[in-house]
Unconditional design. Structure first.
Lengths: 202, 202
DNA sequence: CCTAACTTGTCAGTCACTGACAAGCCCATC
DNA sequence: GATGGGCTTGTCAGTGACTGACAAGTTAGG
């Protein structure tokens, strides 16, 4: 027996194929645009049939959206790591620091991702939906920091509202940043946005 | 000459056909679900070809989404009507009063709309995107109420952030309301949500 | 070596959507 | 009241995303 240290060889090759598909697809999207790229092309570019592509990704959109799944988890991690002394809004703002820093270290990738998802209406819409998943990850963590703590945890809209509002700010800041083509500082845009919505924090 | 009092007979019949398509489509969606209803069915139900359906609506989704376009305009109207003495957040909250009151007068329609758009992932996503249009309508009105007024109107993220955050609260409240099947008060949910995000207003 | 599990390609079909074309309709003008 | 142009409509053909079914090949484990 090999024990379960490696989560199965099959699973690893599967992930490798997925990664390769993502890479190839991404290149094509950048080159000729999301809409102008067909699934057949992507599949052909890695030498597989269209049918098999759909065995790795549920849809063409998924190839792009998978990139965002990880971000949600990362945000939740960072939020969980914030000191309890910090008020909710500040903690939310700080949990975005990872994104901000990435944007400062190398803006190109972030701008590219935003640009691609912005041009294709389907992706623009789906990205927003994806954020409701982020919101679901963040809300329970927000709940633990509520000023007047929640009594009826399940029906209290406040945690979700705070998470959703913070993400809305992130969106606005991202949009403005993309609009400026990376000229403006994402950090400044985000600070301004979040301070306007919830004055008195950080 | 008939003068331009009636915006053209052709345009009116066109609107009538659109309305009929929307009504028929809506019934089918309610009956058998959005995904399970094909455009062919809708077209057949009003006695026209599929091709003609697409001459009235750009996509199947549009039949549903058109319902939301009007809401955005309504919100902007109500926001514009708020007294200048009111602070931004309160004004935004008040501009949602129309929606709240509708939900209290007859919750069934609102719940139905939310339920349908919630079940079909495509619609869920598109509805969120639609809200960025609302946001674009609201932002300039918000800008006129900024506490420290905007200097560089175009690159100031604050108006968009406030509008987006308020809409995020509306979303969360709507979701919770739908979740409770109309049991909870949308007004209360919305008040709680918006107060949590921006304490000290209304 | 052999079998069961898994992957793959092929094929056929559905559905949303689009361009092109031809036939019919409405209406103003001659 | 015939005629010509504008508008709407159906039909047809085609594309692209996606899915189910099946058969063939590959792989892992006994």
């Amino acid at each position: 027996m090999v024990s379960a240290e490696k989560p199965d060889l099959r699973e690893r090759t599967r992930q490798a194929v997925r990664a390769q598909l993502m890479a190839v697809a991404w290149d094509l999207f950048v080159e000729q645009g999301y809409d102008a790229t067909t699934v057949d092309e992507i599949a052909a570019a890695v030498g597989m049939s269209q049918r098999s592509f759909f065995r790795y990704f549920g849809s063409k959109e998924d190839v792009v959206l998978v990139k965002f799944e990880a971000v949600g988890v990362m945000l939740a991690d960072e939020l969980a790591r914030r000191p309890v002394s910090e008020d909710v809004w500040t903690a939310l703002r700080r949990s975005f620091d990872g994104i901000v820093e990435t944007s400062e270290r190398d803006p190109r990738y972030g701008l590219l991702v935003l640009r691609i998802t912005d041009r294709a209406p389907v992706l623009r819409a789906r990205r927003l939906e994806q954020q409701t998943h982020w919101q679901e990850l963040l809300a329970p963590l927000v709940a633990t920091r509520l000023d007047p703590p929640a009594t009826d945890a399940d029906h209290d809209p406040r945690p979700a509202a705070l998470a959703a509002a913070a993400l809305a700010c992130l969106n606005v800041a991202n949009a403005a940043w993309l609009d400026s083509d990376g000229t403006e500082s994402l950090r400044r845009l985000l600070d301004d946005a979040m301070r306007a919505v919830h004055p008195g924090a950080f």
